[in-house]
Design a binder for this molecule. Sequence first.
Ligand SMILES: *Cc1c(COP(=O)(O)O)cnc(C)c1O
Length: 388
Amino acid sequence: MTIRHLLSDVDMGKEEALAVAEVIRSKWLSLGPRTAEFEHCFAQAFSVKHAVALSNCTAALHLALMGLDVGPGDEVLLPSYTFVATANAVLYQGATPVFVDIMGEDDLNLAADDLESKISTRSKAIIVVHLAGFPAGMDRIMTLAQKNGLSVVEDACHAIGATFGDPANKRFSGRKAGTVGDAGCFSFFANKNLVTGEGGMLVTDDEALASRVRLARSHGMTKSSWDKAHGRAYGYDVVQLGYNYRCTELTSALGLIQLSKLPHGNAARKRFATSYRERLTGLPGISIPFEGRLEDSAHHIFPILLEKSGERPRFRESLDAQGIQSSVHYPPVHEFSHYLEKFPNQRHLDRTEDVAAREVTLPLHPLLTERGVQDVCAAVEETVSAAL
Ligand SMILES: *Cc1c(COP(=O)(O)O)cnc(C)c1O
């Protein structure tokens, strides 16, 4: 069967092609004026003091932890129900991940109660993931962090453009996801809401953190190639350990245009998510998490939960046979071989394990149509009724 509905698709066209062509004509291809402009516009759009463009979000997570002095012996609390990059960043700094369970089958974000019970004298930071685009309950998380002297990094890869607004985020109502922790990290990978292929952004209001991240992005050097080429520097010093996590000018040119398309794209996602909910809510055999949370989400993905985990392979095969791509978000990080070997005692994340085994992700992207949503829903209904 040919694919009728892609899981994810990208709204990219002529404008992006022209912007990239312009960079190519300029022959300045890495860290330069386009990147400075992208950072400036991003910081404005998110009402933050500093935005640092990086090669990807994994680099942003890594440099956030580095900049917040997370190191060997420190524990970082984070959900296991996330993409593995969130946890890998902790390992890059030689710190120990402490996995926190999720709230449950309606709220797939990390549970403040479990978080609180796992805070120890070695705890140094919390990484919050706003899963599927729905902001986690930051009121309690930030209170716990402040009470215990912990830094907070928001992995806002799914939630770019989401605005805090639900009752668990009263304190931050109206602010953008990713802007209330010490640092917020965004990804521009090929399937995200803002796409440049590869790319990431770290945002913060902390000037010292921003300058450490800027230095570490380019080898810890005090001067950039742009400064040197423009006669502003003849030599440089290396003042801290750095990496090559630079962003290209091509990426920034794409990013500037994609940033301007983000509100429109997120609004389209919201319309399609609304239609999915209208048709699928109450359908026997499935449930839809994050009930009543249409307004405050960036609607990055559309997760549903099957009643029984054993049904998933057959369910996905049936969608596949009807030309509909699906996916699974996510296999829990603590169950991957590498993590099982290194952290064999981090088990018993019952709610994470239960939900992760039953989750299926349906197509959601700005180029999906109302008809597309109805097609997918019909296939889901047919698959579910065949199983009854
Ligand atoms: C995509 C993603 C990342 C990694 O972003 P990259 O830009 O690919 O490095 C990290 N965390 C989450 C939750 C993601 O979805």
